[in-house]
Design a protein around this ligand. Structure first.
Ligand code: G3I
Length: 385
């Protein structure tokens, strides 16, 4: 059984001093309340191959880029997709369906339809849910970004949104990405493109965590970002910020790396070390959006060597997470190329997921499955010994 990390450390050093907005600081450690079903009878499934207490998840396709594609909403209409989603995964993350533009399309109107459906699906299939996301610079509705709000109104809007959305699913969401992508690649806070930080100052980040914690004291609250797999300026900025917030009793429980990787670039070999330094602060860590894209040959069909390289990247990310005690949540950003965001954003690149468009398993799928099995075997041996 992997240990579940409680975020109750006290840290003295405040490497990055942020002015804090007001709000009660409570850091009560929420308990994880669900375990993935653990059946050794179905070891071919990622969820049951995993060690006990380790959640293997996927994004649930819908919203975002899917709206402009020529297929109907995948989660609602694709039966084969839903079957695999239920069978293979112990955790699900709405890809877009809990983002501001989707769930709060007008100032006085929330649209919970899809998010509710995903949470119900997860409960029926004994899956946990990762909530994504509450404070971000992107995918905010136009009424918010272009609205003429005073600072006081904006603050009230964010508080109401967090209280409403987190409160609605209280006790049903395991982890929330409270703050998403708040630093740029140089490790500078996004003081221009993030409406909340720009208009309300950096202290709003702490308040977002406090409000989320008030609305669901059990949920684990995360910082989530891309290009933070390695020790670099951006992950350094999170490391400093988290220490500062913890020292002030802000309920931050986790740090997660998205891991949108490309075989064009080298593998972030210091991923495990990086996760460990956040673990050492008493945080949970997680991999939340793993995919591994590649440059496609003209034929559109990758070579065997490309497939092997991709499988190797998937395996090494999983191994890094498994090696860190408090890294118990490992999510891939979709499991089939059929619905991937990658070709929509990166011309000439694709094949980023563990199954083809026809749901055929790639070497990357087997790399994950075998690595999970091996970890579960060692885990059981360790407990017996
Ligand atoms: O804003 C326009 C809107 O005005 C227009 O009506 C609509 C019509 O299709 O498009 C809207 O923009 C879309 C946006 O989602 C908002 O719905 C983009 O075209 C679409 O490409 C975008 O895609 C999502 C993307 O986040 C946006 O950043 C993807 O589906 C989603 O997979 C992706 O997920 C993010 C994670 O949340 C955070 N980490 C990175 C990851 C990959 O980018």
């Amino acid at each position: 059984m992997r240990s579940l990390r409680l975020a109750t450390v006290t840290l003295a050093t405040a490497a990055l001093c942020l002015p804090l907005a007001t709000g009660a600081a409570t850091a009560a450690p929420p308990a994880d309340r669900k375990a993935p079903p653990h059946s050794h009878a179905a070891p071919d499934r990622l969820r049951s191959a995993a060690p006990e207490g380790f959640f293997v998840g996927t994004a649930v396709a819908g919203g975002g880029h899917h709206l402009s594609q020529d297929y109907p909403d995948p989660f609602t209409h694709d039966k084969e997709y839903r079957k695999i989603l239920a069978r293979q995964f112990g955790s699900v993350s709405p890809e877009n369906q809990m983002k501001w533009d989707f769930i709060h399309p007008e100032r006085d109107r929330y649209d919970f339809g899809q998010a509710d459906a995903i949470v119900r699906f997860a409960e029926r299939n004994r899956q946990v849910v990762r909530g994504h996301t509450l404070l971000w610079h992107s995918q905010n509705p136009e009424w918010l970004e272009k609205g003429d709000f005073s600072a006081e109104e904006l603050r009230a809007l964010l508080r109401e949104h967090i209280t409403t959305v987190v409160g609605r699913y209280a006790g049903r969401i395991q982890q929330w990405d409270v703050a998403n992508e708040i630093f740029d690649d140089q490790g500078r806070l996004r003081t221009q493109d993030n409406i909340w930080i720009r208009e309300l100052g950096p202290g709003i980040v702490a308040d977002a965590f406090r409000w989320a914690h008030e609305a669901d004291p059990e949920a684990k609250l995360f910082f989530n970002d891309y290009n933070v797999e390695s020790v670099n300026a951006k992950s350094d900025a999170y490391h400093a910020l988290v220490q500062d917030l913890l020292a002030q009793g802000v309920p931050v429980h986790g740090f997660s790396v998205q891991a949108h990787l490309s075989t064009r670039y080298g593998f972030p070999g210091d991923l495990e070390d990086n996760l460990r330094r956040f673990d050492a602060l008493g945080l949970e860590t997680a991999v939340t959006e793993l995919d591994v894209r590649m440059d496609l040959p003209e034929s559109g069909v990758p070579t065997k060597a490309q497939e092997r390289k991709q499988a190797d990247y998937y395996r090494r990310v999983l191994q890094a997470c498994l090696a860190v005690d408090g890294c118990n949540s490992f999510t891939i950003w979709g499991f089939t190329d059929k619905y991937s965001w990658v070709p929509v954003f990166f011309e000439g690149e694709g094949f980023a997921n563990v199954m083809t468009e026809d749901f055929v398993r790639k070497p990357a799928f087997y790399a994950l499955r075998d690595t999970l099995k091996e970890a579960a075997r060692k885990d059981r041996g360790h407990r017996r010994g």
